[in-house]
Design a protein around this ligand. Structure first.
Ligand code: ZN
Ligand code: ZN
Length: 410
């Protein structure tokens, strides 16, 4: 368990480093009712640092499940006007948003997949304005996480609920650097290190990234034209920095979707829509998967790879050293906030427009000309083994070592 002081530091991190809340700003906290104590603590800190007003949007996963099971598809697809008006009010008042991502990864197990998909799409469409305001950094936002009992049970099925919760708290405390003397300072240092490396990668403007290990990975990933390596801190449209994911360990950019060749073997299981895919191997030619195998979950992989044309190529390459606290923990969290920060990864499917210079202002055609990939999917899978070697190759063929034996050498 964390001490009261550590919990307060955690809440401070969310307010100051994550959302970078400014004096007299309105704050919106989104969280499940199970996390009410932590939400109260964040609200207290926000007021202490001068928030104008704190509004909490309570979620209740148990109620969500009951509604999903019992309400009709039509009802689930109705988004009431007052909810749309509320999110417009948040945009108009330039709130900063703090989301607590915590809950049972299997909460909708056994629910009708068609109802689930339909209500998700209806919700996403109705809230398109708000999504745009966060994805384009018009609003500053952050996601943090704390354990909940059902989630801890999923991560540690062999432990009692209490033991599982204690273990999750210890792990998250360490990952969030709350066991260090000054967590805020530790985060500022960590962010500076990530940015130094991203600057190094950007300055070299590599044409290819070459990944090899003893498990069969030998992959050349071409990078998008005018690609940008991003890390940790982003800039809001008002020029103020914020950190959208806490924790964050990755430095990532967009591959060129016609220049990926070779073979890659996964390092950690891929959990996709509640199914585990493991011991899989993909062969790429000219940017596309041309052959694949999986010892576990072959059918699920096949299903994923038949979504559309774009899913056969890659939308992200992210580099993370094996000595990052999440990787060291060795825990599979079944939660993207943690799992994608545990290991070097690639993503099947869409790339982020922000990973190419001026990408936010480009149309689809321009993005495609830069080698940016489009798909309905964006699914990360982990490839960073403890022995992975990674080189950057520039346009003149010069080779720069980036990783040796799973860790950064720059
Ligand atoms: Zn990533
Ligand atoms: Zn990703």
């Amino acid at each position: 368990m964390l001490t009261q002081i550590q919990m307060e530091k955690f809440a401070e991190l969310a307010v100051l480093v994550g959302a970078n809340m400014q004096k007299d700003q309105m704050v919106v906290i989104r969280c499940d009712v199970q996390c009410k104590d932590f939400a109260h603590l964040i609200a207290e800190k926000a007021y202490q640092f001068g928030a104008k007003k704190v509004i909490v949007q309570w979620r209740d996963e148990v109620l969500s499940r009951l509604t999903m099971l019992n309400a009709s598809k039509e009802t689930l697809c109705e988004v009431p006007d007052y909810q749309i008006a509320q999110s417009q009010y948040f945009i108009d008042n330039k709130v900063c948003l703090i989301s607590i991502s915590a809950g049972n990864p299997n909460i909708f197990k056994g629910c009708d997949p068609e109802k689930l998909a339909a209500s998700n799409i209806a919700g996403a469409k109705a809230m398109a304005n708000f999504r745009k305001a966060t994805m384009s950094n018009y609003l500053r936002w952050t996601i943090v996480s704390i354990p909940t009992p059902a989630w801890a049970k999923q991560v540690f099925p062999d432990l009692s609920e209490q033991e599982g919760m204690d273990k999750m708290w210890d792990a998250i405390g360490h990952i969030m650097r709350l066991d260090q003397e000054d967590p805020t300072e530790a985060w500022r240092k960590h962010i500076a290190t990530l940015h130094r490396r991203a600057d190094f990668l950007n300055a070299h403007n590599f044409e290819y990234i070459h990944l090899t290990n003893k498990h069969g990975t030998d992959l050349r990933v071409g990078l998008a034209v005018d690609h940008v390596w991003l890390a940790a801190e982003e800039e809001g449209q008002d020029g103020l920095p914020f950190t959208a994911n806490m924790p964050t360990e990755e430095i990532f950019t967009a591959p060129h979707n016609k220049k990926i060749d070779g073979t890659v073997v996964n390092a950690l299981p891929l959990v996709n829509n509640g199914t585990i895919i493991d011991n899989f191997k993909l062969t790429f030619k000219d940017g596309k998967v041309v052959d694949y195998s999986a010892e576990v979950g072959y059918e699920a992989l096949k299903g994923l790879l038949s979504t559309d044309e774009g899913v056969l190529s890659l939308g992200e390459i992210a580099l993370i050293g094996k000595n990052s606290p999440i990787a060291e923990s060795g825990i599979l969290f079944f939660n993207t906030l943690f799992d994608e920060n545990a290991s070097c990864h690639l993503a099947f499917g869409a790339s982020y427009p922000t990973t190419v210079k001026g990408g936010n202002d480009m149309d689809e055609k321009a993005l495609a000309e830069h080698g940016m990939n489009t798909s309905l999917q964006h699914v990360d899978f982990m490839i960073g083994t403890k022995d992975i070697d990674i080189d950057g190759i520039d346009h003149d063929g010069n080779v720069t070592p980036l990783f040796r034996d799973g860790e950064w050498v720059i």
